[in-house]
Design a protein around this ligand. Sequence first.
Ligand code: NAI
Length: 252
Amino acid sequence: MNDTVRTAIVTGAARGIGAAIALRLASDGFNVAVLDLDEKACSDTVDSIHQARGSAIAVGVDVADEHSVSIGIERIASEFGTPTVLVNNAGITRDNLLFKMTVEDWDSVLGVHLRGSFLMARGVQKYMVHAGWGRIVNLSSISALGYRGQANYSAAKAGVHGFTKTLAIELGKFGVTVNAISPGFIETDMTAATAERLGIPFERFKSDAASQIPVNRVGQPEDIAHMASFFAGEQAGFVSGQVVYVSGGPFA
Ligand code: NAI
């Protein structure tokens, strides 16, 4: 690939970890398509990138919807630039113990994380293969190893590991690397919602979590953005099919 500016798509980038990854990739010099369910909700991230003199557009897409994904990717490719970096970050939780988990909650979590990552990766791979260069980064979680109340989410994230390794095998010969980041506790709306569901004040929830983490703090979205930046970079071309735990300790 020559040194023209590359275009990255970050899903679920209206807030939280996705927003931090979008900002970081923009500061690394990528054009960034800030993709989330609601295009208007992406404006804070896009504005922050513009203020830092980066290049970004907002794109409204439901990653679990095949038609929405194909229209969104086509729009990015025709109006903004050939997408050669994809960060599959969009995610939801619908936690419950198995006996109370509904089929809807199972399907919606598997739908966003697994079907969504599949649809996005399938949609962009042709641009990467044509360019002879690409980077796919999938967001997993330490919950892939098992977490009470998260049978749907754990299954989806463990699925992301197999998906990552298989794409790495299939796409490597085209210059495309595929890796996964498994974050531990990161301070975002998602963990705030978990605290609320459990009826624990967020500050206490965070300090309880920090006390169990070897580096003695919870993670910030920028901790994950740093790893995404590494995987998306030119020099990471010999790292593929890996799952890196970014969790403040050796929980893997
Ligand atoms: P968040 O809830 O703050 O943000 C998730 C974003 O994804 C939201 O902007 C939401 O609108 C978007 N989204 C949800 N469904 C979507 C869909 N169908 N199509 C497009 N966008 C959609 O979550 P957070 O914490 O930033 O998490 C980001 C990723 O990191 C997720 O994949 C999550 O599972 C993973 N993760 C988060 C951890 C944490 O402690 N916060 C720990 C481990 C993994």
